[in-house]
Ligand binder design. Sequence first.
Ligand code: FPP
Length: 237
Amino acid sequence: MSSKKIEVPNHIAVVMDGNGRWAKQRGLPRTAGHEAGEKVLFELVEAAIKFGVKEMSAYAFSTENWKRSPEEVKFLMGYSRQSLRNRRDRLHDLGVKVQWVGRPQRLWKSVIEELQDAEELTEKNKKFTLNMCVNYGGRAEIIDAAAELARDVKRGKVKADSITEKTFEKYLYSPKMSDVDLFLRSSGEQRTSNFLPWQATYAEFVFMDVLWPDMNPDQLWKAIEEYSERDRRFGKA
Ligand code: FPP
């Protein structure tokens, strides 16, 4: 760790990639990789709180993940439900507000209920926000927002000529979500994969050559240090 003052990002988005490869390397089923990855997610939430981060968005299940085998989809649904139930009290004690960000269509009703229970329990917490992106797709989010906005224009609630970015943001799944500062992807892949395209427009991207289940608080801090060294100009000279 250098002695230079570190600029800690307010909002970190994480693409938790590499669970399958981590399991394969060990001769384990892919599901064992997701189990290990789940533990890492919550370990990093606790570390992020200690580092002074205020918000984290986790890409837990994308709208494209339905293309995986029925067994893996079933596992991910059941395991997400169980994870949310097991973790919510600890998250609540830590002052974490849990927010579900995603599309209801196709998502298991029992998973939605678990997400809503966690949201209800933690809704007044202010220390940290954890956006659980489940059945999330960036293009789907923008299309859903555009469709609802178009309906409101038709109803006469909004004038098409006065639509601004602020107007549009109100129609996103989670209008209160802040812009992403640090977009972190594990496993060496350098793609954004449809994650938070609207919110991560000015994010700094850090791609780590570490499989998600091998991530730890030191690795997270390394990513924060790399972020801190970037020169963010937001279009200014
Ligand atoms: C990507 O790795 C990982 C996922 C699609 C699932 C991530 C889910 C968790 C960590 C479980 C936590 C979820 C909740 C709701 C608490 P991959 O399977 O694409 O890995 P690979 O690229 O090595 O195959």
